[in-house]
Design a protein. Structure first.
Length: 252
């Protein structure tokens, strides 16, 4: 496991040893099972290799130690202050659409601005727990309204592939295999998102008008809980003055 993360980071045993205040010989012995690292060393190596929190627990277990990071349900009372902070953040983004998703892209919270994106989405896709990838890529979801669907689909699938390279998540793998098999909507092979040179916007039809958004993702810095480490706040920022002017009118 350590070799996997080291090679993924593009580091030699010597480079990792220098960063972690160890020796290349010790790193080699750990990778081949000839030496058992201390718990502190496992965590230090994981930190220098930017190993996700969930996988740090797996490294600890493989080394014979108990997991260090809890996995607390989002609705647990201990996370009440976190939920309150997220709600304030989502409200502050209005009228721009914003939502919170977990590591499986299930929507945990959203603001009123998200209604702009959900109009026309089939009811079965909105039943709890709604999934952001299904809502976006399903032929009965947002897909028929996305003008540059092919480009946006590629962007989302690449995002999921990057996550799968980091996490050994069977539910995420199943979701990926499901959404990649969705047929494109009629006209869904167009590419129209390159008008703005510095980022790919999502361009959608809304009540006969065209809206363009940049998507931004915010995650928590140095999380100490598996659940929190996999939360992401996604915001859709207007990509042009016309969209910025129209959004406030949809909440009136």
């Amino acid at each position: 496991m350590l070799r996997h993360w080291r090679q993924r980071a593009g580091l030699s045993q010597l480079e990792l040893a220098l960063r972690a205040d160890s020796s290349a010989r010790h790193i080699s012995f750990v990778e081949t099972g000839r030496a058992r690292p201390s718990e502190e060393m496992v965590l230090r190596l994981a930190e220098h290799l930017s190993v996700p929190v969930r996988e740090r627990n797996a490294l600890l277990l493989a080394a014979g130690y108990a997991p260090r990071y809890p996995e607390t349900p989002v609705d647990d009372p201990s996370l009440a202050s976190l939920r309150d902070s997220l709600e304030r953040m989502l409200t502050a983004y209005e009228p721009y659409p914003a939502l919170v998703v977990d590591g499986r892209y299930e929507v945990l919270a959203a603001n009123r601005g998200i209604a702009v994106l959900l109009e026309g989405v089939a009811d079965h896709l909105l039943r709890p727990p709604p999934n952001a990838m299904r809502i976006t890529l399903h032929p009965e979801g947002l897909a028929p309204r996305i003008r540059n669907f092919l480009e946006w689909r590629e962007h989302l699938l690449e995002q999921m592939q990057r996550q799968l390279a980091l996490l050994r998540s069977a539910p995420l793998r199943e979701l990926y295999e499901e959404v990649v098999a969705y047929p494109p909507p009629e006209g869904g092979t167009e590419r129209r998102g390159r008008e703005i040179p510095f980022a790919l916007p999502m361009v959608i039809d809304h009540r006969g008008r065209t809206l363009s958004f940049f998507s931004t993702i915010t995650t928590f810095n140095t999380p100490m809980d598996v659940t929190v480490s996999e939360l992401a706040i996604e915001t859709f920022v207007p990509a042009d003055p016309e969209t910025a002017a129209l959004l406030p009118t949809f909440l009136e």
